[in-house]
Structures are given as structure tokens and as C-alpha cells.
Write a new protein. Structure first.
Length: 282
């Protein structure tokens, strides 16, 4: 274990109080698995989930509590809201009794603003609003987080360690930027999946067998993403490195990079997603 992971494990093992996870769907389950893998004490974790998956329920053998009766939980150190946004009106008031003066509420509910959450919580509650993305399910996600004014430096550090269980974490101070964050990294995996989908379809149109075209597209997108991550080289330079003057790649890019090509489409797509995020925020 590296020194940084050892420090993280020690911090999670020494949580100042109960960690309550509300919602154990895909994202909540990914967080829970990540916390336990990084040394969090199972006995300090309680999960509130009406219909938990069998593999998650199996964690009760390690000491994780599932759906404890009302009143059985003391004031929480952290409450993580990982339910669907439309459940907020019912869930937030229900967990309010667990929220004390030192409790941190960590929300990964899309579109739910800090002000909207605060309406159902005790005055002065420390809230961190987060936008993760689906690669978090395999520990390769990125989460952008924004704290309200009641979050202490220690709570911010704890929130960061909890979120790092599923990948990288970036912090911002302007909650309004989360709409653009949603459009880029929150919705972004769908854009990448569409690229793989359409690349495979184009391969079939060019004469490849469908199964081979899909394997080629899948491996190309995955490998290219890994190259960006591991090389540290900016994407523009990587693109230029694979583009020989007068070659096949340049022939394709001359179409993709036209004024109304992929760059313009991506700007329009991100703008549309950003606007929709603003419309849904409450």
C-alpha cells in the first residue's frame, strides 16, 4: 500500500462517528465498496436502502448495518445522499434527525442545489454537493465537489477521502459551474460511448464484420483513453502524433474538423446539456 493510500485508509478507519449511506444503487454501491476496500470500519457504516442488491446485503457479514430501525442510529458524522433526485423531497427530511451540528451531508443527487437541500436540513448544516460520473463504478470516475460555507477544513478533507474511493476529485467554489461540469464529465461518458457505437457502425459500413468492428471500436476507445491518462500528454498533441501528413488519419480528420464538424457539434452538445442542467436544478 502506498503512503497516500495508507493515510487514506487510516482516516477512513477513524471516522469520528457513523457514516450513513442513503441509497445503495450503482453509485452508492460503488462508494460503499470503495470505502471498505480502503479501510473504513464496517461497524461504523449504516446503509438505508429498501431494495439492496444481494451482493451488497452480503456485506452485513462484515459488520455493515442495513436499514436499522428508526431511532437506532446516533448522530452521524457523515450522511451520504445517493438516491435519485426525485426522491429528495421524501428522503432529506427523513434523515434530518441524524444530522447534528458536526454532521457533514454529502450529496451526489444530480440537479439538487445546496440551497434546495438546506431547506430540509437543520440550519447551519455542512453540505457538500457532488457530481460524479459512471466510470466511478470501476474506480475510474471523476467527481467535482462544491462545499457550502459551513463545511470545515476537516470535513472537506474527509469528503475528499470518501469521494476518492471511486476515482479522482476536483473542488470548485462556484456551485453554478456544476451545470457545465454535468455537461462535460457527468454526461460525457455517453458521448464517448456514442463515439464507440458510431465508430463500429462506420466500420460495418466500410465492409467489416459487425463483431470485429465492435471489438476494434471498443479497444480503440478504451486504449486511447488509457493513453491520455497514463502518458500525461495533452489530447491535441496525441492527435497530432498519430496524424501523418497526407495519410489516412488526416483524410478522416479533414472531415471531422470542418467548421461544422465534431468540434462545433461538441460545443453545441455541451451547451445544450449545460442549459438543461440549469433548467432541472432546484
Amino acid at each position: 500500500m502506498t503512503q497516500s493510500l495508507a493515510v487514506e485508509a487510516q482516516a477512513l478507519a477513524m471516522l469520528p462517528g457513523p457514516l450513513v449511506l442513503v441509497g445503495a444503487g450503482k453509485m452508492g454501491s460503488a462508494l460503499l465498496t470503495g470505502w471498505l476496500g480502503r479501510g473504513a470500519d464496517p461497524a461504523r457504516i449504516a446503509v438505508i436502502e429498501p431494495k439492496p442488491a444481494a451482493e451488497i446485503v452480503g456485506l452485513s457479514e462484515r459488520g455493515v448495518r442495513f436499514n436499522p430501525p428508526a431511532g437506532a442510529l446516533p448522530e452521524a458524522a457523515v450522511v451520504v445522499l445517493a438516491v435519485k433526485p426525485q426522491q429528495a423531497e421524501a428522503v432529506v427530511p427523513a434523515i434530518a434527525p441524524l444530522v447534528g451540528a458536526a454532521t457533514l451531508v454529502l450529496s451526489i443527487m444530480a440537479g439538487r442545489t445546496i440551497a434546495g437541500l438546506a431547506d430540509g436540513l437543520p440550519p447551519g448544516t455542512a453540505v457538500v454537493r457532488c457530481m460524479p460520473n459512471t466510470p466511478a463504478a470501476i474506480g475510474c470516475g471523476i467527481t467535482v465537489a462544491v462545499p457550502n460555507g459551513y463545511v470545515t477544513p476537516a470535513q472537506r478533507e474527509l469528503a475528499g477521502r470518501l469521494l476518492m474511493a471511486t476515482g479522482a476529485v476536483e473542488w470548485i467554489d462556484d456551485e453554478g459551474l456544476l451545470d457545465a461540469v454535468t455537461a462535460v464529465s457527468g454526461s460525457g461518458p455517453a458521448y464517448v460511448f456514442l463515439l464507440a457505437e458510431t465508430l463500429a457502425a462506420a466500420g460495418v459500413a466500410a465492409g467489416l464484420p459487425a463483431a470485429l468492428a465492435e471489438r476494434l471500436a471498443r479497444a480503440t476507445v478504451a486504449g486511447s483513453g488509457a493513453l491520455i491518462e497514463r502518458s500525461g500528454i495533452d489530447p491535441a498533441t496525441l492527435r497530432q502524433n498519430v496524424t501523418s501528413p497526407g495519410g489516412t488519419t488526416q483524410a478522416a480528420l479533414s472531415l471531422l474538423m470542418q467548421p461544422d464538424g465534431l468540434p462545433a457539434l461538441m460545443r453545441a452538445a455541451v451547451a445544450a446539456a449545460t442549459q438543461r442542467s440549469r433548467e432541472l436544478a432546484r
